[in-house]
Design a binder for this molecule. Structure first.
Ligand SMILES: [Zn+2]
Length: 138
């Protein structure tokens, strides 16, 4: 995501604060905030704490209220994408359980079938936990 300097038409990322060519143009807060939200989201998905991200924003002279909002927004987005992964785990776990269940009926339960059931159950549980908490379990 780039912004364009209206004076010299240089394109640059809002991360640098002012236009690197003429040093005269400062992008509007909204585009910097968008950029920082994306970045915070990536960092927090990668394991950086909300506190670190918040501190970085304050260091960049975002006011407390805006820093809070960016962190909260990034956290929401991270949770939402973790929930999606949790949802897939639930489906995969349920699928394995169903397949294992059919195999139990068909073969009267061998070790492999119980293995499939155990993996399916573990996946389903992990999925439910991830879905409910929005945490990243990987
Ligand atoms: Zn410029």
């Amino acid at each position: 995501m780039l912004v364009t300097c209206p004076r010299c038409e240089t394109q640059f990322t809002p991360a640098v604060g002012t236009c690197p060519a003429c040093g005269d143009y400062r992008p509007p807060l909204a585009s910097t905030a968008d950029y920082e939200t994306n970045r915070a989201e990536l960092d927090m998905a990668g394991g950086l704490s909300a506190l670190c991200v918040h501190q970085r924003l304050v260091d960049k002279r975002f006011i407390e209220l805006v820093a809070d909002e960016i962190v909260a927004c990034a956290r929401r987005n991270v949770r939402r994408s973790n929930r999606e992964v949790g949802g897939y785990r639930i489906l995969a776990g349920a699928g394995l359980l169903a397949a294992g269940g059919l195999l139990v009926v068909a073969s009267r339960g061998t070790l492999i079938v119980f293995g499939i059931l155990a993996v399916g159950m573990a996946m389903l549980l992990a999925g439910v936990i991830q879905y409910v908490s929005g945490a990243n379990l990987d």
